[in-house]
Write a protein that binds this ligand. Structure first.
Ligand code: ASP
Length: 336
C-alpha cells in the first residue's frame, strides 16, 4: 500500500513538473509553441544522417504519396547508404560476423504495426516490416522466418557485411575484444502527415559485434518506436537495452498525452529511466517526438545527440537538449 502511494505521489509530481512549468522546461515549451505547425508535414528523424531520409519523405508527401510510403522510402535512403555502419547492408555484423538487422513500422490510422528482428541478407528491412504489417496477421517475425517471408514477398537481397565491415570485424575478432556497446545508431523516422495522421519507422543493425540473436529496442513496438494517432509519435536511438526495458517511446507518447510538449516528454522519459537505472547518466539513450500540433523535440541522456527536422519550410539538423546532472540527481537515481 505504502509503495503504491509513493509511486502515485512520485508520478503526480513528475507530471506536475512538466505541465505548465515556468522553469527550464517552461522555456522549452515556449520555444515549441513558437514553432507550432500551421500547414504541411513535419518529419523528424534521429541523427544528421536522417536528414537525407527526411528530404526523401518530404518529396514523397509533396507528390501526394502516403505517409507510409514516405516513412518506408525515406528510410530506404539511409538503408542504401553503405557508408552508414549502423543501418542496412553497410551495418556492423554481430560477434559471428553476420549482419542481423532490426526494423519496425507503425501506422497511426488503425494503430497498425509490423516488425522484423535479426533478419539477414535483406536490403530493406523496413519494407519487410511493412509487409508483415500489411500482409500478415502478425506484428513481428524474427530470424530465418522473417527472411523467408521477405524472400517470398520478393524483397531484394544484399551482400552483407560489406568488405570494409568484414575487415573491421576480423580485426576486432583477432583482438578478442568485448563488444563494448559503443558502436551503434538507428534511423528512427516519425512524421505528422498533411492529413493529420502519424506514421513512423525504425531500422538498424544494432549493437556492433553483439551476441548472435541479440535484438535491441528498435523493432520493439513501444520501445524504439511508438505512434498514437490521437497524440503523436516518438522514436529512440541509443543503447537498446536501456530503452526496451522501460518501453521508452511509449513513455514519451504517454507524457505528451498528459500535456507535455515533445521536448518535455523526451526529457521526462530520460529522467524517469535514469531514476530507475543504476547506470544513471551513462545510459546512452535519446528520444525524438512530434505531437498533434506539429511541435517537435528531442532529448538525450548526455550531450551529443543531434536529430533532423524537415518541413516544407526548412530541413536542418538540430542539437537535442541533454538532461543535466542536476536534473538527474545522484547517479543511480532514487531507487524507489
Ligand atoms: N537502439 C539500437 C539498438 O540497441 C542502436 C542505436 O540506436 O544506437 O540496437
Amino acid at each position: 500500500m505504502l509503495t503504491t502511494r509513493r509511486v502515485f505521489l512520485h508520478h503526480s509530481l513528475s507530471i506536475a513538473s512538466v505541465v505548465g512549468a515556468n522553469g527550464l522546461l517552461g522555456s522549452a515549451q515556449a520555444k515549441e509553441k513558437a514553432m507550432a505547425r500551421t500547414t504541411g508535414p513535419v518529419i523528424v528523424s534521429t541523427w544528421p544522417f536522417g536528414k537525407a531520409s527526411n528530404d526523401e519523405a518530404l518529396r514523397i508527401l509533396t507528390q501526394g504519396g502516403s505517409g507510409l510510403d514516405a516513412v518506408e522510402k525515406g528510410i530506404w535512403v539511409t538503408e542504401n547508404d553503405l557508408s552508414n555502419s549502423s543501418v542496412g547492408a553497410g551495418g556492423m555484423p554481430n560477434a559471428k560476423g553476420v549482419v542481423q538487422l532490426d526494423a519496425c513500422i507503425m501506422s497511426g490510422p488503425g494503430h497498425k504495426a509490423g516488425s522484423v528482428a535479426a533478419i539477414e541478407g535483406i536490403r530493406h528491412p523496413i519494407s519487410a516490416a511493412r509487409r508483415v504489417m500489411e500482409k500478415t496477421k502478425h506484428v513481428m517475425l524474427v530470424g530465418s522466418g522473417a527472411r523467408e517471408f521477405a524472400l517470398k514477398e520478393g524483397l531484394e537481397t544484399a551482400e552483407m557485411p560489406t568488405e570494409a565491415r568484414r575487415r573491421e570485424w576480423l580485426q576486432w575478432k583477432s583482438k578478442q575484444e568485448n563488444a563494448d556497446g559503443k558502436n551503434h545508431d538507428t534511423i528512427a523516422l516519425i512524421l505528422l502527415a498533411p492529413d493529420g495522421h502519424f506514421y513512423g519507422g525504425c531500422s538498424t543493425s544494432g549493437w556492433a559485434y553483439k551476441l548472435s540473436g541479440r535484438v535491441g529496442d528498435s523493432p520493439i513496438i513501444g520501445g524504439g518506436l511508438y505512434v498514437d494517432d490521437q497524440v503523436g509519435a516518438a522514436g529512440a536511438t541509443g543503447l537498446g537495452e536501456n530503452v526496451m526495458r522501460y518501453c521508452g517511446s511509449f513513455q514519451v507518447v504517454s507524457f505528451m498525452q498528459r500535456g507535455a510538449t515533445p521536448t518535455e516528454a523526451c526529457l521526462e522519459t530520460v529522467k524517469a529511466i535514469a531514476r530507475k537505472d543504476p547506470k544513471g547518466s551513462d545510459l546512452s539513450i535519446n528520444f525524438i517526438a512530434v505531437d498533434k500540433k506539429g511541435r517537435y523535440g528531442a532529448a538525450g541522456s548526455a550531450q551529443g545527440f543531434s536529430y533532423s527536422v524537415t518541413t516544407p519550410k526548412f530541413s536542418r539538423v538540430e542539437t537535442a537538449r541533454a538532461v543535466t546532472a542536476k536534473e538527474l540527481g545522484p547517479i543511480g537515481g532514487n531507487r524507489l
